[in-house]
Design a protein around this ligand. Structure first.
Ligand code: HEM
Length: 105
């Protein structure tokens, strides 16, 4: 599970972010400037530096928004609750049934 969950997701993020940066050269230049500034300040790319790189974070988040690696989430109902928009939903499903949330809809 650990390997499967981490491999495709990371590959997809890195591929699509490279694709988007290649398409948007102005943003690529801004990101290069941010990373060069980090290297200037710390002498190399550090873990802390990456955490503080705001534009890098924004680029990765935007890539995940446009191209989510997962297509759906699965959830199982474990207790009774009600929703205003679907008061009968859980009665109809049963409390142990699975729900699928489509991430591309
Ligand atoms: C860009 C990279 C990644 C994305 C977009 C991503 C996305 C997600 C999402 C959305 C879930 C929640 C699924 C759910 O709630 O049903 C999840 C769970 C999980 N991810 Fe990732 N993931 C990424 C990287 C990784 C990496 C690198 C690892 C491990 C090395 C990993 C291991 C896991 C595991 C073990 C779970 C299940 C956690 C649980 O059920 O408590 N993921 N991931």
């Amino acid at each position: 599970m650990f390997l499967v969950a981490g491999y495709d997701t990371t590959t997809s993020l890195l591929s699509f972010s490279s694709f988007l940066l290649a398409k948007h050269k102005d943003q690529q230049q801004r990101l290069r400037d941010e990373l060069r500034q980090l290297v200037k300040e710390n002498g190399c790319i550090t873990y802390q530096g990456i955490i503080e790189a705001k534009l890098l974070e924004a680029c990765l988040q935007e890539t995940l928004r446009l191209y989510p690696p997962g297509i759906q989430l699965e959830r199982a109902c474990t207790k009774a609750c009600s929703y205003v928009w679907a008061p009968k939903l859980l009665e109809w499903l049963g409390y142990t049934d699975s729900l699928f949330v489509d991430l591309y809809s």
